[in-house]
Design a protein around this ligand. Structure first.
Ligand code: SF4
Ligand code: SF4
Length: 292
């Protein structure tokens, strides 16, 4: 049995696939998207989030922190001693190591809800594909137990690994952050070659998928970028939908809680209606599209 790092499990989720779903959030991601809304998902190891508004300055956490990380601001080993010592709930551990069986026990609790709502399980992140053996064990068991499976992914991994995981899913939600490779590297810190290849794999193997495009004003919303994306997608033969996801800054407050800086400055949330002209471009090209 394998184990993996998980930072959250949400029941009865309505936004991660058809019906009501259990969404398992894997911890760890190889990308560093500047607009990431879940910075606590980036590192694989468990981390402490600090809620300054709850802290009364008693210093109990400092006394039990053997690494000195609280005073120095670096070198946290994730032991969790400070979380236990803080009776004011100002410190919370994010992420834990779970066995695949422990995750499956959580998933099975809502089997009746999946059956009634047409739902199932969604593996999300972070990036699921950083822990492929763990993911496969969960997905295989779900398939045997007739639980519908969705993979929510950046698709950034070696194609042979992607193919092994994709064999066990009913549906994939795949991000398209930038068709321009130089900009992809600039904004996410990784190359998009594997990602585009993995899109083509899903298409060629008739594995259902949807394309999710976070739209970040001034970053990936130029006319050239959109037309190049449309050209790429038009070559795919599957019946898929493109979901346009307007930029939001809802994750901003999490950054300081884990000692990071929000990289997007004061960029305001993007109103859905501002994406209507872009939506029309996709429609005129004959693609199915929605604003989420
Ligand atoms: S133990 Fe909690 S309340 Fe006390 S200083 Fe540490 S974080 Fe603040
Ligand atoms: S988890 Fe808390 S006590 Fe442990 S090393 Fe990190 S800051 Fe220190």
């Amino acid at each position: 049995m394998t184990s993996g790092y998980v930072f959250d499990i949400q029941n009865c989720s309505m936004h991660d696939g058809p019906g009501l779903r259990t969404t398992v959030f894997f911890k760890g991601c190889p990308l560093r998207c500047l607009w990431c809304a879940n910075p606590e998902s980036q590192l694989q190891r468990p981390q402490v989030m600090f809620y300054a508004d709850k802290c009364v300055g008693c210093g109990e956490c400092v006394k039990v922190c053997e690494s000195g990380a609280i005073t120095s601001g670096k070198g946290c080993i994730g032991c969790g001693n400070c979380v236990k010592a803080c009776i004011h709930n100002a410190r919370k551990m994010v992420g834990k190591l779970m066995t695949s069986e422990e995750v499956l026990q959580e998933i099975r609790k809502d089997k009746l809800i999946y059956d009634r709502s047409g739902g199932g399980v969604t593996l999300s992140g972070g990036e699921v594909l950083m822990q492929p053996d763990f993911a496969i064990e969960i997905l295989e068991a779900c398939q045997k137990e007739k639980i519908h499976t969705v993979l929510d992914t950046t698709a950034f991994c070696r194609p042979e690994i992607f193919e092994q995981v994709a064999r066990h899913i009913d549906l994939a939600y795949v991000d398209m952050k930038s068709i321009d490779n130089d900009l992809h590297k600039k904004y996410t810190a990784v190359d998009n070659t594997w990602i585009l290849h993995n899109f083509q794999y899903l298409d060629a193997n008739k594995i259902p998928f949807a394309v999710r495009m976070p739209i970040i004003p001034g970053y990936n919303d130029s006319d050239t970028m959109i037309w190049e994306t449309i050209e790429f997608l038009k070559k795919l033969k599957s019946d898929f939908i493109v979901c346009l996801l307007p930029f939001h800054a809802y994750g901003k407050s999490k950054y300081e809680k884990i000692g990071m800086q929000w990289p997007m400055g004061n960029l305001p949330n993007l109103d859905r209606k501002n994406l209507e002209p872009m939506k029309e471009k996709f429609e005129r090209a004959g693609l199915k599209v929605m604003i989420q």
